[in-house]
Design a protein around this ligand. Structure first.
Ligand SMILES: NC(=O)c1ccc[n+]([C@@H]2O[C@H](COP(=O)([O-])OP(=O)(O)OC[C@H]3O[C@@H](n4cnc5c(N)ncnc54)[C@H](O)[C@@H]3O)[C@@H](O)[C@H]2O)c1
Length: 250
């Protein structure tokens, strides 16, 4: 379990479902990390104490991102990976562009896309000094289709994640920095808290998915660690759909 020994990652959304699963797998494989989220530090990280720094902060604030990113160099002397997982889907407030409160639109874009711009901006100089590395950013399959029950701010901001990742892949390839995107399908995490304890809905959603179940956070962590690892050393500027096959179904 030492695939990432000597490597340092900056992982956003580490207090949520997928970010926590990625953090735990990465630390379990010998890595060290700066973890950031607006939420309190999850108790599930404690077993890795000494190998990470947890920052409670808002990723839309550039000074916070800059300071947190600086910890990778001051604490561990390098930065190899950036993992952008933090994001929001506000089911009750995210609607059609005809109806959405434009302050909500701006906040969703700030969290889902500005945070990614800020983390890339402050990670690349440190990654360059560390002789390259890899980035993985989280989008959603929702931005690959239209929806008659729209969540327009979420979908449009997440489409931007794909575009910015491809641009980063081209800009930083010569530095040995790869950039790829994961497009999750439905996964049972705190984001889907509205379905918690509702077996009927979870079963119905699972039955609609070709592989027969909803995703879990570790499905995304498995894909993410592959894209970070040297096994993906020839993969950049691409998109990996991790959805049990649902987007392949017409
Ligand atoms: N769960 C799903 O079904 C699903 C499906 C497709 C895509 N995704 C995407 O995958 C990613 C991870 O989702 P998840 O299911 O783990 O969700 P989650 O809600 O469990 O985790 C997201 C985390 O981001 C954090 N966050 C939000 N705003 C922040 C800010 N301004 N600063 C710092 N942290 C902030 C939250 O506190 C939360 O812990 C998200 O980008 C999400 O859009 C999730």
């Amino acid at each position: 379990m030492s695939e990432f020994k000597g490597k340092v990652a900056f992982i956003t959304g580490a207090g949520g479902g997928m970010g926590l699963a990625i953090s735990r797998q990465f630390l379990n494989h010998g890595g060290q990390a700066i973890l950031i989220d607006v939420k309190d530090e999850p108790a599930e990280l404690a077993e890795f104490s000494g190998n990470y720094v947890y920052v409670q902060g808002d990723l839309t604030d550039e000074a916070t991102v800059e300071k947190a990113m600086g910890l990778s160099e001051s604490t561990y002397g390098r930065l190899d990976y950036l993992v952008n997982v933090a994001g929001v889907l506000w089911f009750d407030r995210d609607k059609s562009v005809l109806d959405i409160d434009m302050d909500v639109w701006d906040q969703v874009f700030n969290i889902n896309l500005r945070s990614m711009a800020l983390t890339i901006r402050h990670a690349v100089p440190v990654m360059r000094k560390s002789n390259g590395g890899a980035m993985v950013h989280f989008s959603t399959i929702q931005c690959l289709r239209g929806d008659s029950s729209p969540q327009d701010a979420y979908s449009a901001s997440k489409a931007g994640v794909g575009a910015l990742s491809k641009s980063a892949a081209m800009q930083f390839a010569a530095d040995g920095i790869r950039s790829n995107v994961i497009y999750p399908g439905v996964a049972m995490t705190p984001m889907q808290a509205r379905w918690e304890g509702n077996d009927e809905i979870q079963e119905a959603v699972g039955n609609a998915i070709p592989l027969g179940r909803m995703g879990v956070a570790d499905d995304m962590a498995n894909a993410c660690l592959f894209l970070l690892s040297d096994k993906a050393s020839y993969i950049t500027g691409t998109d990996l759909i991790v959805d049990g096959g649902i987007s392949a179904k017409l």
